[in-house]
Design a protein around this ligand. Sequence first.
Ligand code: SF4
Ligand code: SF4
Length: 394
Amino acid sequence: MKNVNSSYKILDPDNCAMCGMCLNNCPTYEITKNESESPRGRISIIHGLNDEMLEPSESALKHLNSCTLCMACESICPAKVNFYDLMTNARNKYFNNQTLIFKIKTILISSFLKNTFLKNIASTIIKLLNKEFLSSINKKMFRFMNYIQTHEKNYIEIIPKIKSNNKIGIFTGCATDLFQKNVANSCVRILEKNKINFEIIKNVKCCGSIDFNSGRLKNGIKFNKSIVKEFKKEKYKKVIGYASGCSAFINKHNKDSNYQDATSYIINLLENTKKENFKITRKNVCIHAPCTTNSANIDFQKLIYILKKIPGINILTFKDKYCCGAGAQNLIHNKENSREILKPKIEYLKSNDIDYLLTYNIGCSLNFIDSLNLNNKKDIKVIHPISFINERLV
Ligand code: SF4
Ligand code: SF4
């Protein structure tokens, strides 16, 4: 195979045996039944582009953009095709060939989420627009309000009583810092109850996954290096972050870091907590396992085990095997796809009279909120498991 530009790492798509075993695991193939929207089809497109048999046109690149990077294909592939590297390298190589609107959206979202000042302004606007009397009008006028369920509170400014170098650093992430501030507060409450010294890390911005997964590899690596450098400071015994997408990315790119996903850390911490320490909660709760669960090292069964200690709770999990459809900025570039992929899960929530949907990935959370709002099911509360557990601890 001919390498078109040697400055890019090009993996060999020829490793794909074209067996098709991955097809029925792919969420975009499931909703379209279109070969170009399948892992095998995407590998053929990358092959065609790298071998100059295909032009990097909008119609070719749209099939690469619609991949949610859920990695369901990679996990089942008998030929062990490294689909993640193949896809992110292709997105990087052909980023300049993307449409202007794609590039603008990608760069704007990434810049906005890393800018604390702009996020504080957005946070204030959201708070005002989300007032009861304005919210229904605003949902129509401002489409982004469809992603808001309840406005998150600011961080609790707690100065840890013990000053030591043996702290747990809490990494708030970039999108979670805007939409899920409360989860940081919940982590703080749980750590305090367990007399664990902690600090919310404020001078880091983003794990780098937003840039990396949308084809801006250099930017992604730059941000990743900078946060890991901060995490490795002597004062942090460990750093925890509560967005599983960030955790998966940090784990993948830093094998020897002192980082652990916060859900994973907290369920280990609470493993021996007795039933009496939880409040009675007679609710139907559905737990979602985001596609980043394994790579974030979250023990989903252990999470269920902890939640089952809550007296009165009824726990359900989804029956379909597909990702929610939000990954790799699909929520921004292919929102209709994300909604379509999510439909069976929304029907499941509706038909099982669910009160709470628990998910630990911010993209999934926003995707669920959007579809539940569209389906007039605002009564189903979407919440991070750490916040749900914290609210139920005596
Ligand atoms: S990563 Fe997910 S969406 Fe992308 S091709 Fe593989 S299975 Fe399909
Ligand atoms: S399962 Fe692997 S080898 Fe088979 S078509 Fe999919 S990517 Fe190719």
